[in-house]
Design a protein around this ligand. Structure first.
Ligand code: HAM
Length: 423
């Protein structure tokens, strides 16, 4: 093999690409139904946009290089920093709240394994300028709405709040970052070391117990007790959030005080969705409320959002056997004999011009091989162009799902092909 794909990248064949596009279309449509509008930002940005506040986890995974003009550039590892940059330069002039979504490739120099790649696709949504409770409920409802629309059911949504931990640590944000990073990775030796460096070794047992708290509203009381009454406002906020989510039809939320998130900019509610069918890399979505605009020198504005890993939702849908609406070829045109090639091409052209997807053999194969091919590519109808039918201004149409064959005029075939196809 002369060339191999770079480590951590993927090729996607036609079947897989059709599934990815189907999921992407559902995500875009759902966001649109929730009033989000699509934007796009560059695939590479100034390196410092990401080194400013994304946190050590992301910085050491950046694909960074100098361009020919000597500028420090990085491939985007996520969308949030770019969206906030764009918000501060232009989008803040739009009516509030600004609700935007994007889909595209992102790059992280990670150790590749199943579900963890160096190039992958995210579907990202952000709300800027809505009051926190309203904004947070809206993004959580959108994330859950997306999974419902795809048909993925076996998922766990876990909601936490990073504010309690930040308040509890009572150290500057840079020091909070290293402790939170160790907690996020459940790296307990690093946690011990870091707390010792900060003279906070006595907090270790409390923190370890705190991040294990998961369940209904009762865990909020337990968490508050553990933190000695600290973070009361944030616990109250999560109660109100659960109440608001009920009005969205989201009845049972699981609070998880161990949701810490790997990125440094989160300051409020944080949430994650897992698909237990995916093994080690089971997190299909992560998000929360953050304060990047201020750190980039802008006016404070409430900011909240999330990103789905597209590769992982497609895998979760496949694992649950979800039938995705992938497009099928409507008609495969089969000339019955060499002499009917021109007539078959005319039929092909008419179908295509009528907006029906249609294809025809390019290899000069006979009718029976052509039918095998039409079945193999899961075409809906084989359109047999024969001498006798042509004389009657018709074609023979074989429904490849039912096996039934009937003669019909081209107009009738077009009307039938425009109707719904089986998935
Ligand atoms: P994140 O948790 O770093 O958050 O990434 C979001 C999702 O991208 C993850 O839940 C996962 O499904 C997927 N993902 C992450 N790394 C990989 C990888 N190496 N291979 C395949 N999929 C991966 C963010 O990126 C935040 N910007 C989300 C956000 C938006 N927060 C607020 N607004």
């Amino acid at each position: 093999m002369p060339f191999e794909r770079p480590r951590g990248t993927n090729d996607y064949g036609p079947e897989e690409m059709a599934r990815r596009r189907a999921v992407e279309a559902i995500l875009r449509d759902t966001a649109h139904r929730f009033g989000f509008r699509e934007i796009a930002t560059p695939m590479f940005e100034s390196l410092e946009l990401f080194t400013a506040k994304s946190g050590p986890g992301i910085v050491k995974e950046l694909y960074a290089f100098k361009d020919k003009g000597g500028r420090d550039i990085a491939l985007r590892p996520e969308f949030t920093a770019s969206v906030v940059r764009f918000y501060l330069s232009d989008l803040r002039n739009l009516p509030k709240p600004v609700k935007v979504c994007s889909v595209g490739n992102v790059f992280r120099y990670e150790e590749p394994q199943k579900g963890r790649y160096r190039e992958f696709t995210q579907f990202n949504a952000e709300v800027l300028g809505a009051p926190p409770l309203q904004g947070d409920a809206e993004v959580i409802a959108l994330a859950i709405g997306c999974l419902r629309a795809i048909g993925v059911k076996e998922v766990h949504t876990r909601i936490g709040h990073i504010g309690m931990l930040r308040a509890f640590l009572k150290v500057p944000p840079e020091d909070q970052a290293t402790v939170l990073h160790a907690l996020d990775k459940r790296d307990f030796p690093a946690l011990k070391q870091d707390l010792a460096r900060l003279g906070l070794q006595n907090l270790e047992p409390v923190l370890r117990e705190y991040i294990e708290l998961k369940g209904g509203p009762e865990v909020l009381d337990k968490g508050a007790r553990l933190l000695g009454g600290g973070g009361a406002e944030a616990f109250e906020y999560l109660r109100k959030l659960a109440e608001r989510l009920r009005a969205y039809g989201i009845e049972h939320v699981t609070f998880d005080l161990g949701v810490v998130r790997g990125l440094d900019y989160y300051t409020g509610m944080v949430f994650e969705i897992d698909s237990p069918n995916l093994g080690a890399e089971k997190q299909v979505m992560g998000g929360g409320a953050y304060t990047l605009a201020e750190l980039f020198g802008g006016e404070p504005v409430p900011q909240t959002g999330f990103a789905f890993g597209l590769d992982r939702i497609v895998m979760a849908a496949e694992a649950e056997g979800v039938k995705l609406p992938t497009p099928r070829l409507d008609c495969y045109v089969v000339p019955i004999g060499e002499a009917l090639q021109p007539k078959a091409l005319e039929v092909l052209r008419t179908l295509r011009e009528a907006g029906v997807s249609a294809d025809m053999d390019l290899l000069g194969r006979g009718p029976s091989k052509n039918l095998d091919y039409a079945n193999a590519i899961r075409a809906r109808f084989a359109v047999l162009v024969g001498e006798a039918e042509s004389k009657r201004g018709a074609v023979a149409v074989k429904d490849l799902d039912s096996g039934k064959q009937e003669e019909m005029r081209l107009e009738d075939l077009i009307a039938r092909a425009r109707g719904p196809a089986k998935p």
